[in-house]
Design a protein. Structure first.
Ligand code: CA
Length: 647
């Protein structure tokens, strides 16, 4: 084997030691151990691969006093380029270059201390198991099932609680405590999800939230490389991914680049002065850190696009903390930036992901976000990422989509963003009484905004999500209106996402908008549940009918090329009716919304340009056939979904 020159870097011993002063931090003050450790406390990413486009790899090493060590690496094809000390001497950041001739295998990182002591950590470069081009991200052919994992199904009661975690126990009577749901609960019910017609799953974050409160939701991550043991182990996550792929379904990982949980391990020993934003304020008050002394984000998300935004507003938006329990990560620190990018790639490669959903997209440094998304897409050309921009303004949503013609030249590298705007338009369209500028015209004019999107079909639309009132509540628990809305979302030129339990009319009507209630336990997910939506036991007639309705719509959508990629033609609403067609060579799909309670007849001659005259169509919901002639009659309010595909 060809021997590659080994680089040895030598560092000055102690430049400064500001971290440990005045703080009770045993790690910072401890002397190097006399006995070698085979494995260090923490080396991240825990492994890497050969064969990436980007040869660079930066390891974060966290180990008492490791900043005082010199590091040596000897492995063919791997070059030690640099090693960086941090403010805390318990860190070392090591730059490696993995050349194209490097082979998969293990090698030692050897850390030498002045005392003569050595510590060794064996690091592994793995072979890539799947071609880069085969990481296919979700797209407009997908219907994505969003799950709050703590609330879906508890298949493993033995992992409900751990004494060594900060929030102990489960309490299903409490909306904000843990309920015990887990990854195995999702795996065990993949048949149900698959049969409903979903093609992808987006679970809210499954990484550990070792937080004293509210750990169930997943957005206060305390270790970016560890699955929360209350959800399962890494193997369970990989099993979920494998089983999904076996069904031709995709696993979308919910990631958070903006913030971490206050109990994140690095918060006790921050590597640099600027690892998190407003760090000085935090460090000065950390023993009494609370809501009052937190510098919050101003949540003025428009500062990202605003040509006139002041610096103080921009900074207030990106550098403030989301909440006091979630430190705001500083992605302008280049080590943090690399850490986050590599973390995302590590998960894509490890779990063979079918996409990432990135939380709170406008909150991190936007240039970093472009670099983050670009770095991922550079390795996985067919991958997909959706960013959460909670805005009802299509201009702001469009700004974040790759290819947008932005005045400031910004390109996000992001294929998908979330369509809060259209979500609201559909709800208004159905709830409002019809008039010139109210009711169904909201859908008509909402879709007219699509000219601003580089790619409308890559934008993700949804009736609701884990942060919003459930669609059935938004529609005042009107059964027919809920059907109308769901069929509309499924037919729009968009990528589709729906929340678990929509199919059984789950609602938060008792306390509209209450997060804990929105994330109600899925009935049947817990042993002893009186109602079981998986089997149908105890469901009401309406719930069963809605399950069948969604099954029909989503399974149809799964194979409808017209919905995935067809052109869209729609007609201005008239007399409380709205017609939208999706057309591709071999198939035309027609959605008709009718808000009239009394029988009404629609003259089909107005729709001649969609070319259906004399053709046979199938009603997707009833299965009945329909011949497109002069008119169509509706007996009452409702939705009709027709296709020319008679198979
Ligand atoms: Ca459990």
């Amino acid at each position: 084997m060809k021997r590659i020159k080994t680089l040895i870097l030598v560092f000055a011993l102690v430049l400064f030691n500001s971290c440990s002063e005045g703080k009770k931090d045993t790690m910072s003050n401890s002397e190097p151990q006399a006995v070698s450790n085979k494995f260090l406390n923490r080396v991240e990413p825990p492994n890497w691969w050969v064969g990436f486009n980007n040869p660079e790899l930066q390891l974060l090493v966290h180990e008492p006093g490791i900043g005082k060590a010199e590091v040596e690496v000897s492995y063919p094809g791997v070059e030690l380029k640099d090693a960086h000390k941090a403010r805390s001497l318990n860190y070392l950041f090591i730059d490696l270059e993995i050349n194209s001739n490097a082979r998969a295998g293990k090698f030692d990182l050897v850390f030498k201390f002045e005392s003569g002591e050595e510590k060794v950590h064996t690091y592994e470069l793995k072979e890539r198991e799947q071609a880069a081009a085969d990481f296919i991200g979700f797209n407009s052919s997908d219907a994505i099932f969003l799950i709050t994992p703590d609330r879906f199904a508890n298949s493993d009661p033995s992992n409900d609680s751990f004494e060594d975690l900060k929030q102990v126990g489960i309490d299903r009577t409490h909306d904000y405590k843990r309920h015990g749901g887990d990854i195995k609960g999702v795996i065990d019910h993949l048949d149900y999800i698959d049969e409903l017609g979903y093609t992808a799953i987006w679970p809210c974050p499954l990484l550990i939230n070792d937080m004293p409160q509210g750990s169930y939701h997943g957005y206060a991550i305390t270790d970016l490389y560890r699955i929360d043991p209350r959800f399962g182990q890494l193997n369970d996550y990989l099993e979920l991914s494998e089983q999904l792929r076996g069904r031709g379904m995709k696993l979308i990982m919910d990631q958070v680049a903006n913030h971490c949980g206050l109990e994140h391990w690095w918060m006790k020993d921050l590597p640099f002065d600027d690892w998190v934003n407003n760090q000085k304020r935090y460090e000065e008050n950390k023993d009494n850190w609370n809501w009052e002394n937190t510098k919050f984000s101003n949540h003025r998300r428009t500062t990202n696009q605003d040509l006139y935004a002041s610096e103080i507003d921009k900074q207030g938006m990106t550098d403030g903390w989301f909440v006091d329990a979630m430190p705001d990560l500083n992605q302008r620190n280049p080590f943090m930036a690399k850490y986050l990018i590599q973390n995302s790639i590590w998960w894509i490669e490890t779990a063979k992901l079918g996409g990432i959903r990135q939380d709170t997209y406008p909150y991190p440094d936007k240039d970093f976000m472009s670099e983050w998304a670009g770095s991922i897409m550079n390795e996985y050309p067919n991958f997909n990422i959706v960013g959460e921009e909670w805005s009802y303004n299509p201009l702001l949503i469009a700004y974040w989509q790759k290819g947008a013609n932005n005045k400031d030249g910004y390109d996000s590298n992001l294929r998908s963003t979330m369509d809060f705007a259209m979500q609201r338009k559909v709800v208004e369209a159905i709830n409002e009484e019809e008039s010139w500028d109210k009711g169904l015209v909201k859908i008509y004019e909402g879709l007219a905004n699509d000219f601003i999107y580089p790619s409308p079909r890559d934008i993700m639309v949804f009736p609701d999500n884990h942060d919003m009132s459930r669609i059935h509540t938004q529609l005042n628990e009107d059964f027919v209106n809920t059907k109308m809305a769901l069929a509309t979302f499924a037919t729009l030129p968009r990528t589709l996402q729906m929340y678990y339990g929509t199919e059984i009319l789950m609602n938060d009507t008792a306390k509209p908008g209450d997060h804990g209630l929105i994330r109600t336990d899925f009935p049947g997910g817990w042993e002893g549940d009186l109602v079981n939506a998986f089997t149908g036991k105890g469901l009401t007639k309406d719930q069963k009918e809605m399950q069948q309705f969604m099954k029909a719509v989503l399974n149809f959508r799964k194979s409808s090329e017209a919905i995935h990629n067809g052109q869209t033609i729609h007609f201005a609403p008239e007399n409380g009716t709205y017609v939208l067609a999706r057309i591709i060579d071999a198939e035309t799909v027609v959605l008709i919304l009718n808000k009239n309670e009394q029988p009404v007849t629609l003259d089909l001659n107005r729709f001649a340009e969609i070319g259906l005259k004399g053709k046979s169509l199938k009603n997707i919901i009833s299965g009945e056939s329909f011949s497109w002639g002069e008119e169509i009659r509706f007996e009452g309010r409702g939705v009709t979904l027709l296709t020319t595909n008679l198979d």
